[in-house]
Structure formats: structure tokens, C-alpha cells
Design a protein around this ligand. Structure first.
Ligand code: TMP
Length: 210
């Protein structure tokens, strides 16, 4: 494997996509070729699956349907975008990846983590980001930020306790894999958070060079 694979994770309203954009600019300034992408999405087929997943028309979607659709979108994303970019030696920055499935469908919906794990093996061949930046903020602040941005979809309409379980899930996943998943407090402004994110990414790069 030649390239670098970085994911940004977190609950709603943590500013992941803004931070992913800023991190992409940072790496490009350093001379890297960057592929910036997001889940569920990244390809035409995955974006169609995203519409199904997030539409408020589908409030009766079964948890297992949801789990399989996130994985289906990911298979296509890995095959069409992520693996080719890594093999070319690019830096891939994705707004969400497999950790979101464990947090939302595992901790949030209560689906057996063993099932999630075996599907992940099938969908990604256990592809893991080299570095995962977990942006963390309290649920009330996150949801308030999203509502202010008029961003309402099927998952965001879940009750507060669902989002609390997802947040706790992410935090416990970071505690289990502290080397890969680095937690960043994102309660501050965009620039403050960007400095922390860039600090982590640069330290990670330096570690690869030594
Ligand atoms: P976002 O693009 O605004 O982050 O929206 C994606 C939504 O999908 C968000 O609520 C998190 C959710 N999600 C899952 O539940 N499982 C997953 O595997 C992924 C990638 C996202």
C-alpha cells in the first residue's frame, strides 16, 4: 500500500466536512495529490444509496436494511475511489468510513458488533484508515449547529439518546484504538479545530518519515 488514508469521524454537527476540506488544502500545499471524499457517497451508485438512507420518506427503514445499504455504498466507494487512489500513492481524506457504521448501527441501533465486523470484512477486506480524527462535541451543541445550517435528514431526526449512544460509542472506540483514532475537541471555532487537526496529521506524517 503506497498512499495515505485518513478519515474524519464524529456525531452530527462536528464540522467534519469543513475540516476535511481544510485538511485537503493543507496537504495539497505540501505537494501531495489529495482525493477528498465522503460517506455514504463518493460514487454515483453510492450517492443513490445515500438518498435512500437519508430521505425522511424512509422513516420505517429496518436497522438491518440500513446496515446493508451503508455497506453496499462502501463497497462501491472502496472499489471505485479509495483503493485506486491509495494504490496511486495519493492522500485520501474521507468524511466518515467504517467507524461510523460501528458507532451508528452498532452502538446507536444496537446491532450485534460481531455482525457489523463480519460485514466490514466482506465490504472492505478490513481496510482501515492509517489515521482517524474523531471530532467530538456534546450532542446538544452538535445538533444545534446542524439545525442552524438547516441540515435535517432521517438520522438527525433520531432521539437525543440515540445520538448520545453514538457519541459514547465513538469515544469508546477511540479508547480501544488510541494509536489510530485520535480525539479532537471541536467545541471551538473552525480555525482552532483546524490547527489541532493539522497538528495531528503532521505529527503522523513525521512519524512515517522517521
Ligand atoms: P453526513 O454526510 O451528514 O455525515 O450524513 C451521513 C449520515 O449517515 C449521518 O447521520 C451518519 C450516518 N451514517 C451511518 O449511520 N452509518 C455509516 O456507516 C455512515 C457512513 C454514516
Amino acid at each position: 500500500m503506497k498512499g495515505l488514508f485518513i478519515s474524519l469521524e464524529g456525531i452530527e454537527g462536528t464540522g467534519k466536512s469543513t475540516q476535511a476540506d481544510l485538511l485537503a488544502v493543507h496537504f495539497r500545499k505540501k505537494g501531495f495529490t489529495v482525493v477528498k471524499t465522503a460517506e455514504p457517497g463518493g460514487t454515483r451508485i453510492s450517492l443513490k444509496i445515500r438518498e435512500l438512507l437519508l430521505s425522511t420518506d424512509n422513516m420505517n427503514m429496518a436497522p438491518l436494511t440500513e446496515l446493508l445499504l451503508y455497506n453496499a455504498a462502501r463497497v462501491q466507494h472502496v472499489k471505485e475511489i479509495i483503493m485506486p487512489a491509495i494504490q496511486r500513492g495519493d492522500v485520501v481524506i474521507t468524511d466518515r468510513f467504517s467507524d461510523s457504521t460501528m458507532a451508528y448501527q452498532g452502538f446507536g441501533r444496537g446491532i450485534d458488533p460481531k455482525l457489523i465486523d463480519s460485514l466490514d470484512l466482506i465490504a472492505t477486506g478490513r481496510l482501515r484508515p492509517h489515521l482517524t480524527i474523531l471530532l467530538d462535541v456534546d450532542v446538544a451543541t452538535g445538533l444545534r449547529r446542524n439545525r442552524a445550517a438547516d441540515k435535517i435528514d432521517r438520522l438527525e431526526l433520531e432521539e437525543i439518546s440515540f445520538h448520545e449512544r453514538v457519541r459514547e460509542g465513538f469515544i469508546s472506540m477511540a479508547a480501544k484504538e488510541p494509536e489510530r483514532i485520535r480525539l479532537v475537541d471541536c467545541s471551538g471555532d473552525i480555525e482552532t479545530v483546524h490547527k489541532k487537526v493539522v497538528g495531528l496529521a503532521d505529527t503522523f506524517l513525521d512519524g512515517l518519515r522517521t
